[in-house]
Design a protein around this ligand. Sequence first.
Ligand code: AHM
Ligand code: MG
Length: 336
Amino acid sequence: MARKNQTLGEFIIENQEAFPYSSGELSRLINSIRLAAKVVNHEVNKAGLVDITGAVGETNIQGEEQQKLDVYANEKFIQTLTNREIVCGIASEENDDFITIQGQNKDHQNKYVLLMDPLDGSSNIDVNVSVGTIFSVYRRVTPIGTPVTKEDFLQPGNKQVAAGYVVYGTSTMLVYTTGHGVNGFTLNPAIGTYYLSHPNMQFSETGRIYSINEGNYNHFPQGVKDYIKYCQAEEEDRPYTSRYIGSLVSDIHRNMIKGGIYIYPKSSKSSNGKLRLLYECNPMAFIAEQAGGKASDGFQRIMDIKPKELHQRVPFFCGSKKMVEKAEEFMKNAPE
Ligand code: AHM
Ligand code: MG
């Protein structure tokens, strides 16, 4: 039972019982993510001190080379998970190929793979706008005891066993699901503890916010243009409000709390949109569905798409169920 103000540590232990066959690996995995997220959070919060700590490429006062934060976050997550021997492989938006983790005894005994976008929206850091980490966990499909293969990573989203995000915002929050609803934990930075602040998060069935980069309007498919016009029309509960941070985690997080839709469609400039199926869309889709929302590529369920490559991109419509369904209706009706 989720209780408000429970710490994340307490929550993980209590909820481990929800997995009767669990060996505790998944709990340890979430624990490691929470640890890495704290370290990254500390660094993200220092980003504004660039004149003091040194800019990217410079050497700081401790003689360390200053790194770009997305590279730093990537290394921290990989390091934390590798050292704890929890996963057998990691695929990251920052790396061309997946990483195999054989374990101390070189016996490939771990059963989960992790896919992540270590620091999404990182172009926002320079202007002090929220960024996030997105992660997704699958059980490997190849036999335990052998090295992971690409097949372990190229699973459809409906096979995810856990997914979540960390938003480094006005406060830092870890939001995740293991398929039993969505819970959000807020970090108390003074003592480094996450507390359950948002139990059982839910997308309202419909909402009044639409989030899309309208600067690309002229390049959008007709169905998306029509849906935008629908959002702007003077009717009962419309026009809707337009809100676009340009940081996926923050845009989805806000829409989940307030009710809304996020769209990154394909365009005449990018035939599959911008977002990555494995690192961004599938984990957000799992969270959205677990919160009563919906995620689609405009025509079909995101989590049913069989991935062909690690860095595959896909159009993304995600949010309050009725709003996504409405957008799909416009997509279906507009001949291309
Ligand atoms: P990134 O992975 O390179 O950071 O790009 C992903 C980000 C998302 O967070 C955001 O929703 C989107 O790109 C914004 O793109 P655009 O500036 O084209 O609207
Ligand atoms: Mg990204």
